[in-house]
Design a protein around this ligand. Structure first.
Ligand code: PLP
Length: 364
């Protein structure tokens, strides 16, 4: 059994993916070929914003967003300590200070009740993560940020396809970012990511930063980078897009099916009211995680831990001045979470195998 079955994905979509990739090989516009604009237009429409800017990775997109806002040394950016390293790494990369705010233990997402205490005159942005595939309470986060004149950037690397009160992830904040890493809900076959905004000025600046800081050849008004998305990867996503809503539906169905069967055995993911969940990861909590994972492994069932350490425990952020005990919900989650196989092609019978093996492991 695969944790995420990318081989099965390719097997099912092979005809369309091959056709789209072959078209790129034939026209030869490998950098910023016509597939890039086509994909950006489709994704902006899907999310419900005016602009999509495809980029080289989810990490690159977050960094470009911060640069476009002019964030740098002396500034603070708020995020959570229970997330992938990129969320805070990019804050450090632009020279700003990551300020961590603890999560809500039910959803694993930023707890808006804790924001007021973390905001200082130096806070320039709040970058919440839509972890595991559902969004934090953006209505409240946007409201708090607006009162203080702070920008909100959704790190939607794991939540593309999720909704909140009918609005799609990446469509509810001033800027949003996602990742097309292969294992993500909308994954390509390499690295990739995208930025979303309805602000034309920010969009233009982010487009420029993505391409060495300028939109006209040999004219560079901003300090930029080579952050372009690959045309061949855009072709992969264009081939996959028509199936994406079906995949999102299957993810939701399988997530619910897991929860119905596991609820009485362990802590299952809570979907907050008004949210839909895309289960980029289907993550349970068990106190004896390592023993449970070992028993599942014996039966050929792969699991993964996202994330075994919080970011304030990472040596790279030691200088931020945090210590163990500062973020109790994140710390507890990092010691208890366990993610189970989850992808749209997981058969009901394979899922039953996971459930039975887990029930045995938990009850023994
Ligand atoms: C929450 C989060 N943010 C950012 C990223 C960075 O995305 P990428 O791997 O495309 O750089 C990831 C990817 O793992 C992620 O999970």
């Amino acid at each position: 059994m695969e944790f995420i079955d990318l081989k099965e994905q390719y097997r099912r979509y092979k005809t369309d993916i091959d056709r789209r990739m072959t078209a790129v090989l034939a026209h030869g516009h490998f950098i910023m070929g016509p597939e890039i604009a086509e994909l950006e237009s489709e994704l902006a429409h899907y999310v419900g914003v005016a602009h999509c800017i495809s980029v080289a990775s989810g990490t690159a997109s977050l960094e470009i967003a911060l640069r476009a806002l002019g964030i740098g040394p002396g500034d603070e950016v708020i995020t959570v300590p229970f997330t992938w390293i990129s969320s805070a790494e990019v804050i450090g990369l632009v020279g700003a200070k990551p300020v961590f705010v603890d999560i809500d233990p039910q959803t694993y997402n930023l707890d808006p009740d804790l924001l007021d205490r973390a905001i200082t005159p130096r806070t320039k942005a709040i970058m919440p993560v839509s972890l595991f595939g559902q969004m934090p309470d953006y209505e409240r986060i946007n409201q708090i940020a607006a009162q203080k004149g702070i920008c909100v950037i959704e790190d939607g690397a794991q939540s593309f396809g999720a909704t909140q009160k009918g609005k799609r992830s990446c469509g509810v904040t001033a800027i949003a970012s996602t990742s097309f890493f292969p294992a993500k809900p909308l994954g390509c076959y390499g690295d990739g990511g995208a930025l979303f905004t309805s602000d034309a000025v920010l969009a233009e600046k982010m487009r420029a930063i993505r391409t060495h800081g300028g939109l006209k050849r040999h004219h560079h008004p901003f300090l930029g980078t080579n952050g372009r998305f690959d045309t061949l990867q855009a072709a992969v996503l264009l081939a996959k897009l028509p199936k994406f809503e079906w995949e999102v539906g299957e993810r939701g169905r399988l997530g619910q099916r897991y929860s119905e069967r596991l609820r009485s055995h362990c802590v299952v993911p809570e979907v907050a009211p008004g949210n839909t969940h895309v289960y980029a990861q289907y993550t349970i909590r068990v106190p004896n995680r390592d023993a449970v994972a070992a028993k599942l492994k014996e039966k050929g069932i792969p699991t993964a831990v996202y994330y075994p350490k919080c970011l304030h425990e990472q040596p790279v952020f030691a200088g931020c001045g945090y210590c163990w005990g500062d973020f109790p919900h994140s710390e507890k989650a990092s010691r208890e979470v366990l993610s189970l196989p989850m992808h749209p092609f997981l058969s009901d019978s394979d899922q039953n195998r996971v459930v039975e093996a887990l029930q045995q492991a938990l009850d023994s």
